[in-house]
Design a binder for this molecule. Structure first.
Ligand code: SF4
Ligand code: SF4
Length: 434
């Protein structure tokens, strides 16, 4: 694609990067076929190619964002299916990240939209606040239908509907209680405790720590780590996202220097995609660029790390698992085979749904801020998963688990919970009743 940026514009390294990305796009439109919003809405401006044109026009003309571009960029899930499809290697992720930052800086959103986004950014990344909000949401749940009838209040209705009916007990502090690794020792890793996941489902990290320590991997939770920053990063709140990133880079760097780390284990793939991008996010910060690149290189999805440990093959269990491949794992990190191979080797019968490349509509805060499109994608995903006739659905991202779980009676568990169970750990709580 031909571009017409001035030398002055290109002096800004962010614009220069955007220009390089834009130049790679050859308008072929292959990406439209796999874009969930184009497939759902059928509007070119809700396709990757359409958004790329809108972003080019905004940046080239040095214009502030307007209502039209905000509408179509807000509808993008950042699922990155377009990047997997694109034959020209267009780095849509960093382009849309840049567009979102530009929108945040130049566009004043309507009051209720600002309020909703502000509340999400102030609550979700902080476990204590999030837990308190979920407690309130349980009380407010009966009013969800009422809120859904007022367009400006829909996001609050969606929040109430997504809130779990019962909250699990508070997460264990692994820093104090992680068991010692069995002998012989096979490695030393840090685990990202995370923010929303330990509140919604502490069993995921508990299963991870149990499994890893049982097979000889020492697990540490470095003091000072917290939210990875993905939630605010996708809202264009760059300074807040970079603060989270720097804090985590500091925490993991201290741990690398203290005892060495073979990997930084992430059990929520949405977080994993962002942490693997810290090196890029902090590339212009001389105090952090090198440390952040080192952290990103160590970041591994839990299944990616487990597949390096050669776990033994187990006998078939006769349990059918529908594997939902989270977008952040399949498109963001290109981790596709490891979870399925691990489950199959552990004795599960793994089935994949039709349209596995399409997003379930969770996408961070998307199911709150764009609930109508999200509901359509959820229904499509649940139907495809149910058609495989599984006994359980497995996924590697808490956002997808919550989204899919709110649309089906089938138990939805994390891949690592099934693996822990198969290799001698506890039966996942959600399977206890089935
Ligand atoms: S990230 Fe997903 S929703 Fe956004 S343009 Fe690409 S395929 Fe479409
Ligand atoms: S597939 Fe790639 S090159 Fe083709 S229109 Fe989409 S982003 Fe551009």
């Amino acid at each position: 694609m031909q571009t017409n940026f001035t030398a002055e514009q290109l002096a800004d390294p962010h614009v220069a990067e955007a220009e390089q990305i834009l130049r790679k796009c050859v308008h072929c439109g292959f990406c439209t076929a796999t874009c969930p919003t184009y497939v759902t809405l059928g509007n070119e401006l809700d396709s990757p190619r359409g958004r790329i044109y809108l972003i080019k026009d905004m940046l080239e003309n040095g214009r502030p964002a307007d209502e039209q571009i905000v509408r179509h960029i807000d509808r993008c899930l950042s699922c990155l299916a377009c990047m997997t499809t694109c034959p020209s290697g267009v780095d849509y992720m960093h382009l849309v990240d840049h567009a979102r930052i530009h929108i945040e800086k130049t566009y004043r959103r309507p009051f209720m939209n600002r309020l909703t986004r502000g509340v999400l950014a102030m609550v979700l990344p902080y476990p204590a606040r999030f837990r308190f909000a979920l407690t309130l949401a349980r009380i407010g749940r009966p009013f969800a239908g009422l809120l859904n009838r007022v367009p400006q209040l829909k996001p609050f209705g969606a929040m109430l509907e997504l809130a779990p009916r019962a909250l699990p007990a508070k997460a264990t502090s692994f820093a104090a209680t992680a068991p010692a690794a069995s002998e012989p020792k096979r490695g030393r890793v840090a685990i990202l405790a995370g923010c929303a996941q330990p509140v919604l489902d502490p069993g995921i990290n508990e299963a991870t720590v149990r499994l890893l320590t049982r097979i000889g991997v020492e697990v540490v939770v470095p003091e000072g780590e917290g939210c990875c920053g993905a939630l605010v990063h996708h809202m264009g709140r760059e300074e807040q996202a970079l603060d989270f990133a720097r804090r985590n880079v500091d925490a993991w760097t201290r741990e690398i220097e203290r005892g060495g780390l073979d990997a930084i284990i992430i059990t929520a793939s949405g977080c994993g995609t962002t942490i693997k991008d810290y090196g890029h996010m902090l590339r212009l910060d001389p105090a952090y660029a090198e440390k952040a690149a080192r952290v990103s290189a160590l970041a591994k999805d839990v299944t990616e790390y487990l597949s390096t440990l050669e776990l033994p093959r187990l006998e078939a269990k006769g349990m059918v698992v529908a594997y939902h491949s989270a977008c952040s794992l399949q498109h963001g990190q290109r981790v596709t085979m490891a979870p399925k191979t691990l489950l199959a080797n552990a004795g599960f019968t793994v089935r994949e749904p039709a349209e596995g490349h399409l997003c379930c509509g969770s996408a961070g805060t998307y199911n709150i801020l764009q609930s109508e499109i999200s509901e359509k994608l959820k229904a499509r995903k649940v139907k495809n998963l149910a058609a495989t006739k599984p006994q359980v659905i497995a996924a590697g991202n808490i956002g997808c688990m919550t989204q899919i779980g709110s649309g089906t009676e089938l138990p939805v568990v994390h891949t690592v919970e099934l693996l822990d169970w198969a290799y001698g750990g506890e039966r996942p709580r959600k399977l206890a009743k089935s």
